[in-house]
Design a protein around this ligand. Structure first.
Ligand code: T5A
Length: 225
């Protein structure tokens, strides 16, 4: 039994979570067996790591510490949630995955892309998404969306969101490089379009995949970008 592994990627406020939830609702309404998860997070251990990573009070975190924490959360998520779900034929929708590390710690922080590819492969146990939905958006527009959240101002930006604009622009460029390198796996969508329009494009792509007896990409090692 082969499951289906779909990841959602993009910069801050690009609408990943909104689109993941939309697809989840649609697939469940069709009677499909779907698991929703997120990276970092998704397991009890991952949730603790996530709060360390995103807490704005941890401004002194070394870049390498940050890298290892993201990989540690992913290693747990793959082994505890994603692999077991795929093994019994379930569809897994994951909010961010290894591409985020390439974009944020590689392109954003400037860490070595080859090193990140190796760590990603180790953490992900060689698992590669069948489809990655990349929601592409100018970081200024994304951060403005995030700033409009209905939360107290002090909680509006987590540690990574609070980075300078240049960082977010490098992250966006990183994502575009990943999409250009792996066009069969990564579908880039303009996140300025309306939510319903984006949802429809994603649905069509996923329905095509569900009809296909052969997945475009089997388990493998993620490209370094
Ligand atoms: N990270 C993560 C790394 O640095 N390295 C890694 O390896 C990994 C895995 C995780 C943080 O960690 C970093 C990246 C992140 O900084 P997160 O919560 O997973 O944090 O990611 P965020 O980007 O912070 O998630 P957000 O919830 O803030 O953004 P989303 O999911 O992109 O956006 P969403 O769906 O919540 O929408 C944001 C707002 O925009 C509106 C929504 O209603 C919402 O108000 N919106 C739209 N508005 C207009 N048009 C549309 N099409 C819209 N779609 C959504």
């Amino acid at each position: 039994m082969a499951g289906l592994f779909i990841t959602f990627e993009g910069g801050e406020g690009s609408g990943k979570t909104t689109q993941l939830k939309g697809l989840l609702t649609h697939l469940r309404a069709e009677g499909r067996d779907v698991v929703e998860t997120r990276d970092p997070g998704g397991t009890p251990i991952g949730k603790q790591i996530r709060s360390l990573l995103l807490n704005p009070a941890n401004g002194g975190m070394a870049v390498v510490t940050e890298l290892f924490l993201y990989e540690a959360s992913r290693a747990q998520l793959v082994r505890e949630v994603i692999r077991p779900a795929l093994a019994v034929g379930r569809i897994v929708l994951c909010d961010r995955f290894a591409d985020s590390t390439v974009a944020y710690q590689g392109h954003g922080r400037g860490l070595d892309l080859g090193l990140i590819a190796r760590l990603n492969a180790l953490a992900a146990d060689g698992l590669r998404p069948d489809l990655t939905v990349l929601l592409d958006l100018d970081p200024e527009a994304g951060l403005a969306r995030v700033g409009q959240r209905v939360t107290p101002p002090a909680e509006r930006h987590d540690r990574i969101e609070g980075e300078v604009l240049g960082f977010h622009q490098r992250v966006r460029a990183g994502y575009l490089a990943i999409a250009a390198a792996e066009p069969d796996r990564v579908v880039r969508l303009d996140a300025l379009h309306g939510m319903a329009e984006i949802e429809e494009l994603i649905r069509r792509r996923v329905e095509g995949l569900l009809r296909s007896p052969v997945r475009p990409s089997g388990p493998g090692i993620l490209a370094s970008g």
